[in-house]
Design a protein around this ligand. Structure first.
Ligand SMILES: Cc1ncc(COP(=O)(O)O)c(C=O)c1O
Length: 431
């Protein structure tokens, strides 16, 4: 395949701004571009003309979006914020708003320059688009051994990259040594790292004291000349329940760490704003010395990948979010939901202080997010415990390897002690 002139031009810009970033791109990533010529360009030029016969949508005689009137009583926002396609980059105002939120939620970013977020169909799609842009067949993605299983489907099944894990915990905290060792084992001069805090499934976010050590391990790789793409999966951002936990995204530390480190922030309202089915997420880039030209080229490639995969993200979901983000009660309502989750977290922590439980299981470190995990003692098999919980105690949990994941986000506060008691009894039955 010969490379399109528009891709060549983006690659030239990237090479001039930072040649390492060009080397980080996958073959797919090097080839992709957002088509500014062709249909989209011609359509843009026709905007506002008295007759516009360019767009692949249907329009009423009065110029509004054609639609079925049965929708009218269901959705109370203007028709043009519901039915038309949204841009492949995402709705411009929502992108600006989300960027301003990133600064607000991460005060240490101060005036650090990073790209404008590109909208994705939830975080899953964002992660997949980063796989598309940066993961080649022989690349390694380094993850902690407790991780969201969907990463395998994305990196291994879709892009044939290799997922390699390090042990997440040692002595009750983040295992910095294992992380550094695993990075040293990657022999290729490029590595992808995926950091997910608060972590699914463990519910762990590194303490402020651990964050510097993690960043330092990444810097060591970059200093040694390795090109590092760090995917920061911030799905559960903001749901932190303890004081010593690092409250910002590690993106803050990585966005200006080194010319060899591209920090890729994957975030969105899915879990933070409790809109799982809306399917909206964002991708933002930061790198030391990153220029507007570099970011614009990366945004174009990312929007090109989105266009070639799913074209664009739901207009309706983006419009609803934009409306709610600008509403007066938003901050207050969000805080109330956070308080509910925090209160469940506190109850769970309290419940585990019952000394009886340690005979059969122990909690792994947790301080944030939707979940926590327990490790079983006495040679208990997690799958057998799960079956027992289902059959005898009408209780559902998730088994991952030999740990059990409990989604305290999904259990009413009053039932949390019962959940742990049921787990205890199920273990007792099986010993
Ligand atoms: C760590 C992590 N990242 C991403 C996602 C998916 O987010 P989305 O629903 O926005 O695709 C999940 C959902 O379970 C998750 O646990």
């Amino acid at each position: 395949m010969t490379m399109d002139a528009q891709a060549l031009s983006l690659n030239d810009i990237i090479r001039k701004q930072n040649p390492k970033v060009l080397e980080m791109l996958s073959e797919r990533g090097k080839n992709i571009f957002f088509p500014k010529l062709g249909i989209l360009a011609q359509s843009a030029q026709a905007k506002g003309k008295s007759i516009n016969a360019t767009i692949g949508e249907a329009v009423e005689d009065d110029g509004t979006s054609m639609h079925l009137p049965e929708f009218d009583s269901l959705i109370n926002i203007p028709v043009n914020n519901i039915f038309p396609y949204a841009p492949s980059f995402g709705k411009p105002d929502l992108r600006d708003l989300w960027k301003s939120f990133i600064y607000k939620k991460n005060p240490s970013l101060k005036d650090i320059v990073f790209s404008k977020p590109i909208a994705t169909n939830g975080l899953t799609h964002g992660i997949s688009m980063i796989g598309y842009l940066f993961a080649d067949e022989d690349d390694t993605v380094v993850l902690s051994d407790l991780y969201w299983e969907n990463y395998n489907l994305i990196f291994e099944n879709a892009y044939n990259a290799k997922v390699d894990t390090f042990e997440l915990f040692s002595n009750g905290g983040f295992n910095v040594d294992a992380f550094g060792k695993k990075l040293n084992e990657v022999k290729k001069d490029k590595v992808l790292i995926l950091l997910n805090f608060p972590n699914n499934p463990s519910g762990y976010t590194p303490l402020t004291s651990e964050i510097e050590l993690i960043v330092n391990e990444i810097k060591k790789q970059a200093d040694a000349g390795k090109k590092v793409v760090v995917l920061i999966d911030d799905a559960y951002f903001g749901l932190v329940y303890e004081d010593k936990v690092y409250p910002e995204s590690i993106f803050v530390k990585l966005a200006t760490l080194h010319e060899n480190v591209l920090a890729v922030k994957l975030d969105g309202p899915t879990k933070e704003d409790y809109v799982w089915g809306f399917r909206v997420g964002f991708i933002s880039y930061g790198i030391k010395g990153g220029t507007p030209e570099l970011y614009e080229a990366l945004e174009n490639k990312t929007a090109g990948a989105v266009r070639g995969n799913i074209s664009n993200i739901s207009q309706l979901s983006q419009s609803l979010l934009q409306k709610v983000y600008s509403s007066e009660g938003y901050d207050e309502s969000k805080k109330r939901k956070y308080n509910i989750l925090k209160s469940r977290y506190n109850i769970l922590k309290q419940t585990f202080t019952d000394a009886r439980y340690a005979e059969y299981f122990e909690p792994l470190p947790f301080n944030s997010g939707y979940f926590m995990c327990v490790k079983l003692n006495k040679g208990l098999e997690a799958e057998k415990v799960r079956q027992q919980l289902l059959e005898k105690y009408s209780t559902g949990v998730i088994v991952l390897g030999n740990v059990i994941r409990l989604a305290f986000s999904a259990v009413p506060q009053a039932k949390l002690p019962e959940l742990i008691e049921n787990l205890y009894n199920a273990c007792k039955d099986l010993v």
